[in-house]
Design a protein around this ligand. Structure first.
Ligand SMILES: *Cc1c(COP(=O)(O)O)cnc(C)c1O
Length: 222
């Protein structure tokens, strides 16, 4: 199956209200160009240097999303052009994004990454940390970032019950924040959850942004 066939097949399973982010990390510029030619405009990458090379050479109307663990010292490189950062996993990082956004005269859209999975290694705010941070003066001060939603990953397990309950937990956190800290803020509307192996379940549980890599591009190339 070609990249464009895969895209077509996957898009047929995703409602129009759900944004498909094509995760192109470790895939070639040629593969991205093929997806672009098939109409895809939103791509996600995990590594700053890899993204920098692709951003320079590929069409300028691509919307690049950052989805990987982001080190504070790398923010300045993506701040001029990044369209959404999914993986803001601590308060200090959001402050740095705010600082670099200001230097670029931008307001950068961000998702706060929540940790609900079983693995201790996954990054992100714990639900209570998230609520406390949203209520803090530190958060209120940040004028060059706009928190437009949350991102999360389910536990890495074949246990569908666990995966579904992780998605339900993320949806609950999203709904609560929307009704409280972000009440009346229409821009807070993105719930990014679901990857190649679990996106259909994620959509059933309320995801409106899915991050799909291998189901589009095949196994990662390098
Ligand atoms: C790599 C990655 C994906 C895509 O994973 P696939 O299983 O290839 O679809 C989604 N989200 C994050 C955060 C990733 O790092």
């Amino acid at each position: 199956m070609s990249v464009s066939d895969n895209l077509k097949r996957i898009k047929a399973t995703i409602p129009d209200s759900v944004t498909l982010v094509a995760i192109s990390k470790f895939h070639s510029k040629e593969a991205i160009a093929e997806a672009y030619a098939a109409g895809q405009r939103v791509f996600g990458e995990s590594y700053e240097q890899e993204l920098a090379g692709k951003q320079k050479e590929l069409p300028q109307d691509i919307q690049w999303h950052f989805i990987g663990h982001l080190q504070s010292n790398k923010v300045k490189y993506i701040a001029p052009y990044i369209s959404l950062i999914h993986s803001v996993d601590n308060a200090k990082l959001l402050k740095e994004v705010n600082k670099q956004a200001a230097k670029n005269n931008r307001v950068i859209d961000c998702l706060l990454q929540l940790h609900v999975a079983a693995e201790e290694t996954k990054f992100g705010f714990l639900p209570q940390e998230f609520e406390e941070f949203l209520a803090s003066a530190d958060f209120a001060e940040l004028k060059n970032v706009r928190v437009v939603g949350i991102m999360g990953m389910a536990s890495n397990t074949d246990d569908e019950t666990r995966v579904r309950s992780d998605f339900k937990a993320l949806k609950g956190i999203f709904d609560k924040a929307k009704a409280t800290a972000f009440a009346g803020k229409d821009y807070f509307r993105i719930l990014s959850m679901g990857m190649s192996g679990d996106y259909e379940m994620a959509i059933e549980e309320g995801s409106n942004m899915v991050r799909i890599g291998s189901a589009i591009f095949g196994p990662r190339q390098y």
